[in-house]
Design a protein around this ligand. Structure first.
Ligand code: URP
Ligand code: ZN
Ligand code: ZN
Ligand code: ZN
Length: 461
């Protein structure tokens, strides 16, 4: 056989097995996997002692997403996909947001314009429906689903994005009718507003108040309600960024009564806590995201959900804002009141090393679970499997080569995103991706960028 690229003597991992094998690649696809492959290859890389994993798929990433307050995200497609790539990812899925007063089609066209020739990884877009008007639900959304935008996020929180129960039901019903996958951000906005007003009245406006105004019942109730509304219209749903035991329990119960639910958690709920929001000099703002990080007990519950298979997806919810400057976490309003701190933290590059080191390294999950949680299940959930998310003959040659023994301490200087800090600064992690292959092309080789902007493609679904 004739290969463009031959990965020799690595440990190839899929969701079902690990084995010593060579991987042969031709025209961007995996064409052979065997204990020894002989044949001519344009390039051979010796990967003995390394893990050969499917490139990560991060199906929950925010890039260049407009926010109501005009504060710009720290990553555009160039920096966001570059950072993802160095973190061992070959596909990311950001959100194309319909603004409250805008239509879907122009949002989609605008977002494609931003991504064009600006990609280091492959991408596919989810939609966010913020205004399910009759025109959107009757025409625009069905047309978009037909065009391959087959996953849609809706919010139960954020003043300018949240849908009420009637709107949720109507949107769910369209998703069911047209076969789209619904992702739901579960937090009760009215309860949050009530608590925010009470905190403000008491003069409690530090970053920590972000966590105390979004306590666990806020998330548990909304999770329960989202599941119930979905059950009423018989719609399978994805509950995104689950942060605690009680919400996890709601998901288990829904499954036990026969609902099809996909569940996601994120690194911030495993390794950060609400105490991080207490930092001096407003440093706590660096950890403001929704739902907020909880405590060590809830962290343990999230780990348990990963270990026992309650969670299908492990995503970053990368939503980067700069800390310094007038256009970030420290914006003039934000520096006085937690309400104005933009919500979200960077993490697309640290997602995989955190789960590898804390999960695989500490015996909480095995390599098969790692691959399923970080790649395979994302591809299956969002219509990209088996083209993406596995190492198999016929799949795209999207591969991350890991050094399982490499120990590094996270510093923002060592990352490649557009923010100016990492919430995981100072964490020492063992196991890092060092070489990343996208559709057969070596994009990162031994930590050095070789790929070019524009090598990534938009994935039609
Ligand atoms: O705080 C967060 N998570 N911001 C990103 C938007 C979202 O809710 O996923
Ligand atoms: Zn969300
Ligand atoms: Zn309930
Ligand atoms: Zn998000």
């Amino acid at each position: 056989m004739q290969f463009d690229l031959l990965l020799k003597s690595g440990t190839v991992v899929t969701e079902t097995e690990s084995r010593q094998a060579d991987v042969g690649i031709k025209d961007g696809k995996i064409v052979a996997i065997d204990s020894t492959l002989d044949g001519e290859a344009t390039e051979v890389i010796d990967v003995s002692g390394r893990l050969v994993l499917p490139g990560g798929i991060d199906s929950h990433v925010h890039i260049s997403q407009p926010s109501g307050d005009g504060i710009a995200m720290a990553d555009d497609f160039e920096s966001g996909t570059r950072s993802a790539l160095f973190g061992g990812n070959t596909t990311i899925m950001p959100f194309c947001l319909q603004e409250r007063d805008g239509d879907l089609r122009s949002a989609i066209n605008w977002y494609h314009g931003l991504a064009e020739n600006q990609l280091y990884t492959d991408v596919a877009f989810h939609l966010i429906v913020a205004n399910p008007s009759p025109g959107v639900l009757g025409q625009e959304l069905p047309a978009a689903i037909k065009d391959g935008y087959t996953s849609i996020k809706v919010f139960m929180t954020y003043e300018n994005l949240r849908l009420n129960d009637a709107e949720l039901l109507a949107t769910f019903d369209v998703a069911r009718e047209h076969g789209a996958t619904m992702m739901i951000h579960c937090e009760n906005e009215d309860a949050i507003r009530f608590l925010v007003e009470r905190h403000e009245a008491n003069g409690d406006i530090r970053p920590r108040a972000h966590a105390s105004t979004r306590p666990i019942p806020v998330e548990r109730e909304a999770t329960h309600r989202a599941l119930s509304l979905a059950e009423i219209v018989d719609l399978p749903i994805v509950i995104v960024h689950v942060s605690n035991a009680a919400a996890t329990e709601e998901i288990r119960r829904a499954r036990a009564r026969g609902m099809k639910v996909t569940a996601e958690t994120c690194p911030q709920y495993l390794v950060l806590t609400e105490d991080d929001l207490d930092g001096m000099d407003w440093e706590g703002a660096k950890f403001v995201c929704s739902p907020p990080p909880r405590n060590t007990e809830e962290q343990a519950a999230c780990w348990e959900g990963l270990t026992d298979g309650t969670f299908d997806l492990f995503s970053s919810d990368h939503c980067p804002f700069r800390y310094e400057g007038t256009d970030g976490k420290m914006n003039p309003k934000g520096a006085k009141n937690f309400r104005y701190i933009p919500n979200g933290i960077p993490g697309v590059e640290t997602r995989l090393p955190i789960l590898f080191s804390e999960g695989v390294g500490k015996g909480r999950i095995n390599l098969q679970q790692f691959v399923a949680l970080t790649a395979t299940n994302h591809a299956k959930t969002y219509g990209l499997f088996p083209r993406k998310g596995t190492i198999a003959v016929g799949s795209d040659a999207d591969i991350a080569i890991w050094d399982p023994d490499l120990t590094r301490t996270v510093t923002h200087d060592g990352l490649h995103d557009g923010a100016d800090y990492s919430p995981y600064e100072g964490m020492t992690l063992t196991g890092w991706p060092t070489t990343v292959v996208l559709r057969g092309k070596v994009m990162v080789r031994d930590d050095v960028l070789e790929g070019e902007l524009g090598d990534g493609q938009y994935l039609s679904r």
